[in-house]
Design a protein around this ligand. Sequence first.
Ligand SMILES: NC(=O)c1ccc[n+]([C@@H]2O[C@H](COP(=O)([O-])OP(=O)(O)OC[C@H]3O[C@@H](n4cnc5c(N)ncnc54)[C@H](O)[C@@H]3O)[C@@H](O)[C@H]2O)c1
Length: 308
Amino acid sequence: MARMLVTGGAGFIGSNLARRLIALGHEVIIVDNLSTGMRENIPEGVQFYQLDIREVETYNLILDVKPEYIFHLAAQIDVRKSVDEPQFDAEVNILGTLNLLKAAKKVEVNRFIFSSSGGVLYGNTNVPVDETYPINPISPYGISKWVGELYCNFFYREFGVPIVSLRYANVYGPRQNPLGEAGVVAIFASRMLRGDPCILYGYGKPVRDYVYVEDVVEANILAMHKGEGEAFNIGTGKGTTVEQLFRMMADIIGYKVAPVYKPKRPGELDSSMVDYSKAKRVLGWEPKVTLEEGLRMTIDWFRERVKL
Ligand SMILES: NC(=O)c1ccc[n+]([C@@H]2O[C@H](COP(=O)([O-])OP(=O)(O)OC[C@H]3O[C@@H](n4cnc5c(N)ncnc54)[C@H](O)[C@@H]3O)[C@@H](O)[C@H]2O)c1
């Protein structure tokens, strides 16, 4: 049993990770300012601190509780907000990350696992690309995630903080916020279950690599002991169009409402897929949940919660 700090643990991926860590018998501390996260996501049995990762209180808390592992998921994740307020995005995603890295160095953590993003780092990719593909962020959010990785690398090289960066593809699953910008699966699930129409941006053509949240959680667990100082793509290497996703979900739910087709929104990628061979080789990770299975589990979860 070890002491774990999960930043962003009231959010989608962080709360699923916190659940798994509790189930594995670890002591879990969550830091989250509840800006997009929700109190009801926080599992029983964790210590919760409503704090901002940029604050000195968070730094002091880390010095106080001395976590052995830090899973850093808290972030400003809204691409459009990052375009409107790049300074705020940088404050949270860069300065917030630096605050945590400084504390991680001070308490000599066993691991600092940084949640990065494949899609926003690589830009448009028509085939699954590996970690050597040129980094080309096109939004302030992508820039801040990349700078976060660079700071992780700096703290690793310069001070020996054992970091791992995980570059997720499009993550979906239970507890994703359907009111957010991202998360087309959560948006479709809640709209379809209510019988509301769904909008297919880019006329349903954009291609994404959808990875189930439990697989992403597993990557975080494996990264506790492997892959020090490295970055890994965490995705399936399979592309699915929004139209295909819509059809699969409509079939599972028995939803008959015709979709509304609209042009792509500014800054949206046409296609994004990642190659996960390095994660397989080094971490021993591979996605286990098929899209069909993952969608069924996600829809079941939303069915219980969506107010019809
Ligand atoms: N969901 C995806 O498809 C995806 C893809 C690539 C990378 N990521 C990364 O994974 C991580 C988790 O994403 P998510 O989808 O669970 O998002 P989320 O919005 O559900 O979770 C983020 C959490 O961080 C908290 N937070 C935000 N700013 C904070 C601050 N300043 N101080 C403290 N807490 C703060 C929010 O309240 C929220 O609970 C993020 O770092 C994101 O960039 C997600």
